[in-house]
Design a protein around this ligand. Structure first.
Ligand SMILES: Nc1ncnc2c1ncn2[C@@H]1O[C@H](COP(=O)(O)OP(=O)(O)O)[C@@H](O)[C@H]1O
Ligand SMILES: [Mg+2]
Length: 345
C-alpha cells in the first residue's frame, strides 16, 4: 500500500471515549510502522496549536498522554467542560480542516456520535473519505430496537423481546429479563433483572442515557462474537467473563475474561454463527466491516445480540484477535480496513 496521509479520529463524548482513545492510539502507532504519515485527534477537543497546512509533517507524538482505561465509566460532563469555546459545535478546533487534508480518516470512535452515523454523514458532505460503514447502517445498528426489527424481518435469530419508550408500560416476559438502553454500548445501560423491582430500577437508570430501551429474554449459556470484513466472516471468539456477565469492567480490564479464538465449537455451529454474522451484516446494510455479537443457550440455539459497526480496535481487541487467527497481524488489519473502505468509495 502506498504511503498515505491519515487522520485517526478518536475520543469524542460517548461513554466509550476512553476505549476509543486506546483504539486510536493503537491504530495510530500501527499505521506509522507501515510508513504512513498519521495524525491522531480527539474529535471533540481538536487541536489549537497547529499549522493545518503542514499537519502531516508535524512530528509530535500525537498519542502522548493517552492512558489505560479506568475501571468505571468516564465522567463525560467534567470532560466536556475542557472545551474553551463551550463546545457548541461537536467538532473541536481544526478537526474538519485537518480531516480535509487527509487521504483518509480512520474512524477510531465508539458509541454515540462516532458510531451512530452522524459523523459519517458529515464527512460525506465534506467529501472526506473514511473507514467503516456508511451513515445509514451506522444509524440502524446504533439502535438496538431498530436492529431487532431488521433481524425479525429477515429471520435472523435473536432473543424474544420488544423495544419500548420509557413512558410506556413495561410488559412482563418472564425472568430473568435483560433491559438495555437502545443506544448504549460497552454494556453501559445493560441490566440483567431477576424481578420487577430490579426492572423498575433499571428503567429509572436507563433514563440517564436515552428514552428507549430493549427488553429481552435472558439467554443463559455461552457468548460469542464474530467479525465480518468485506462481507466475509472471520474466526469466532468465545468470550468467557471470569465473574458475572460481559459488563464494562469485564470488557476493558486486563485478565477479566478468557477469550478463546477460534472458539471451540462443532464445525456445524461454527459455520452457523459465521453464516448468520454474514447474513446480519447484509440485512443491516453494513459496508466494509463490523463485529456481530451472539449468545448460545444450553441447547445450542444461537441468538444474535447486535452489530458493532466500529468495534474495538485496540491491539488486544476482539476483531484484531480474530484477524490474527487467520494470519493478519494488527498493522496489516488496520491497512486492510483502509483499503477495502477506499475501494468502495
Ligand atoms: N438477551 C441477553 N441474554 C443474556 N445476556 C445478554 C443479553 N443481551 C445482552 N447480554 C449481555 O450484555 C452484554 C451487552 O449487550 P449487547 O447487546 O451486546 O450491547 P453492548 O455491547 O452494545 O452494550 C452482552 O455482551 C452480554 O454479555
Ligand atoms: Mg455487544
Amino acid at each position: 500500500m502506498k504511503s498515505m496521509n491519515i487522520v485517526v479520529l478518536a475520543g469524542g463524548t460517548s461513554t466509550e471515549r476512553e476505549v476509543s482513545l486506546i483504539t486510536g492510539k493503537g491504530v495510530y502507532e500501527a499505521l506509522k510502522t507501515k510508513g504512513h504519515k498519521v495524525v491522531l485527534i480527539d474529535v471533540y477537543l481538536g487541536v489549537e496549536d497547529v499549522n493545518v497546512d503542514k499537519v502531516f509533517d508535524d512530528t509530535r507524538d500525537w498519542a502522548a498522554g493517552i492512558e489505560a482505561i479506568a475501571a468505571n465509566e468516564p465522567d463525560i460532563e467534567k470532560f466536556k467542560a475542557l472545551r474553551k469555546d463551550g463546545g457548541k459545535c461537536f467538532f473541536g478546533p481544526n478537526v474538519i480542516e485537518i480531516c480535509q487534508k487527509a487521504d483518509v480518516v480512520f474512524m477510531g470512535l465508539h458509541g454515540a456520535n462516532g458510531e451512530d452515523g452522524r459523523i459519517q454523514a458529515t464527512l460525506d458532505l465534506y467529501g472526506i473519505p473514511y473507514t467503516g460503514t456508511d451513515y445509514i447502517s451506522s444509524a440502524i445498528c446504533m439502535d438496538k430496537g431498530i436492529t431487532k426489527k431488521f433481524f425479525n424481518m429477515a429471520g435472523i435469530p435473536n432473543a424474544k423481546g420488544y423495544d419500548m419508550n420509557l413512558d410506556e408500560e413495561f410488559k412482563e416476559i418472564g425472568y430473568p429479563v435483560v433491559v438495555k438502553v437502545s443506544t448504549g454500548g460497552s454494556s453501559v445501560g445493560t441490566y440483567i433483572c431477576k424481578d420487577r423491582a430490579e426492572v423498575d430500577h433499571a428503567l429509572n437508570e436507563a433514563k440517564k442515557f436515552d428514552d428507549k430501551v430493549v427488553v429481552e429474554e435472558f439467554i443463559r449459556g455461552r457468548e460469542f462474537t464474530c467479525g465480518v470484513v468485506d462481507g466475509k466472516a472471520l474466526p469466532i471468539v468465545e468470550i468467557a467473563p471470569k465473574v458475572g456477565f460481559y459488563d464494562f469492567a469485564n470488557k476493558y480490564q486486563a485478565g477479566q475474561t478468557n477469550d478463546i479464538c477460534p472458539a471451540v465449537l462443532p464445525e456445524d455451529k461454527t459455520l452457523e454463527i459465521q453464516r448468520t454474522a454474514e447474513e446480519a451484516y447484509k440485512v443491516l446494510k453494513i459496508k466494509n466491516y463490523a463485529r456481530i455479537d451472539f449468545m448460545m443457550n444450553e441447547k445450542g440455539d444461537i441468538f444474535c445480540l447486535e452489530a458493532n459497526t466500529l468495534p474495538g480496535m485496540t491491539p488486544t481487541s476482539l476483531l484484531p484477535m480474530e484477524a490474527a487467527a487467520v494470519g493478519i497481524d494488527y498493522p496489516s488489519l488496520c491497512e486492510k480496513l483502509i483499503e477495502i473502505s477506499l475501494k468502495r468509495k
